[in-house]
Design a protein around this ligand. Structure first.
Ligand SMILES: Nc1ncnc2c1ncn2[C@@H]1O[C@H](COP(=O)(O)OP(=O)(O)OP(=O)(O)O)[C@@H](O)[C@H]1O
Ligand SMILES: [Mg+2]
Length: 341
């Protein structure tokens, strides 16, 4: 049986339905990212699981127990927010010890547990620092330690890295994933950053307007987007109109093609392994670091094609006439676009 089960969960604020009939299962020790654009309901869903919002209907089960109407404090859930939510008048040690003191554990046990967790989040030596004397990354590690020290059943993280600069964010996401795996801790991580979700997760739940539109491993979500939203939110897919999908690839719906799935060659050469070949002309070249992105103009539309920035590969320049090669497996039909153009 799954460790976390969400069944038919619905939530509205006044008459505004935020999500309706949400269902999912999470296994013990899984790291799930709830990924979606701003306002799609990620935080509301997470807070409903935590018990910070009352739901309209549906149930949340953890380890077989229905916790839908259980007090927040009794749920044994650890939560970390974007805004840290630490006590500025307490030092690092006392911030982390807070939850254990509420549980009325002995001073000795508290000390041992807090110091262990401080070591885990790499804050040894900072025990007596006040929160204001810490950097953003250090504050968030205190918040993480405070959530972990009570040995929660599940860990809920609401955009914990969003307020941090890019370098610290990368370091911390690795740390969070390592600790989560070490503790085999069932975790739901809210983010609107697809790269973060890809790197950290066992599975991604992709959310749009209050619905989970796709659940799957990062590679599955990336290579097989189920609908137009998924294809445009993940990666830099080319979306091809229905009339062109039909004309060139014999598919009667819009299609999505990854820029790196198209092979380019100059027009008098041939690649052996392909299903479709079209002619085009390079209209723009962008260097994105390790990738070169070519914009290629064809008769009816334009496509982006990504190639590795490798000195051994053929380079193309603006106005070059090129051939574009496609494999059938890389032309993804978009299910919700049958009636669109
Ligand atoms: N306490 C509240 N009262 C009324 N409406 C709310 C409340 N909290 C959230 N909402 C509404 O619910 C919708 C979803 O908000 P939510 O915060 O869950 O989105 P989100 O996906 O977390 O977005 P973001 O990425 O910006 O954090 C929004 O339309 C928001 O205005
Ligand atoms: Mg949010």
């Amino acid at each position: 049986m799954s460790y976390v089960q969400v069944r038919n969960l619905s939530k509205s604020f006044d008459n505004n339905q935020i999500f309706n009939n949400i269902n999912f299962d999470i296994h013990k020790g899984e790291f799930i990212s709830l990924l979606g654009p701003s306002g799609c309901g990620k935080s509301t869903l997470l807070r409903s699981i935590a018990g910070l919002h009352n739901v309209d209907s549906g149930n949340v089960y953890v380890d077989g127990e229905d916790i839908t109407y259980k007090d927040v404090q009794k749920r044994n859930i650890g939560m970390v927010f974007q805004s840290y939510a630490l006590f500025p008048n307490l030092n690092v040690f006392d911030n982390i010890a807070f939850g254990l003191k509420l549980k009325k554990l002995s001073k000795e046990v508290i000390r041992k547990k807090v110091l262990q967790i401080i070591e885990l989040v790499d804050l040894t030596g900072k025990e007596n620092y006040y929160i204001d004397a810490l950097s953003g990354g250090q504050k968030q590690r205190v918040a993480l330690a405070r959530a972990l020290v009570v040995e929660p059943n599940i860990l809920l993280l609401d955009e914990p890295l969003s307020a941090l600069d890019a370098k610290i964010r990368k370091k911390l996401r690795t740390m969070i994933r390592q600790i989560q795996q070490e503790l085999n801790l069932t975790t739901i991580f809210v983010t609107h950053d697809q790269e973060e979700a890809m790197i950290m997760s066992d599975r991604i739940f992709l959310m749009d307007k209050g619905n989970i539109v796709q659940q799957g491993s990062p590679i599955d979500i990336y290579t097989n987007p189920v609908n137009k939203f998924a294809a445009t939110f993940i990666g830099n897919y080319n979306i091809l109109k229905k009339k062109f999908s039909l004309k060139y690839f014999n598919l009667n719906c819009q299609t999505a093609i990854r820029p790196e799935a198209i092979t380019l060659a100059i027009s008098n050469t041939d690649v052996i392994d392909y299903d479709y070949c079209l002619n085009g002309r390079i209209s723009n070249v962008q260097l994105l670091g390790n990738i070169i992105r070519y914009n290629v103009k064809l008769d009816d539309f334009s496509l982006n094609v990504d190639e590795l920035n490798d000195i051994n590969r053929m380079r193309f320049f603006k106005q070059d006439a090129v051939k574009l090669y496609f494999k059938t497996k890389d032309i993804q039909p978009l299910k919700d676009t049958i009636n669109e153009f």
